[in-house]
Write a protein of this length. Sequence first.
Length: 76
Amino acid sequence: MSCESVGQTKEELVKAKAEYEALNAQLLDDLPKLFTLSVDILYNTIHLFLRLQYSFYAHAANHFSAGPLVLMFFLI
C-alpha cells in the first residue's frame, strides 16, 4: 500500500466520521420531536376510536329500544 493511498484512506475516514457525527446530531435533535408527534397521533386515534365506539353502542341501544342497561353492558 503506497503512502498516497494511506493518506487518501485517512482522509476518507475523517470525512466519514464527520458525516456520521452530523447525522447523529441531527437524529438526537429530531427523534424526540418524532416521538412527541407519534404520541399525539396515537392519542388522537384512540380518542376517536372510543368516541366512535360509544356512538355505535348508543345508536345500537336506541335502535333496539333498549334502556341504559344495554348501553352499559356494551361499554363494559
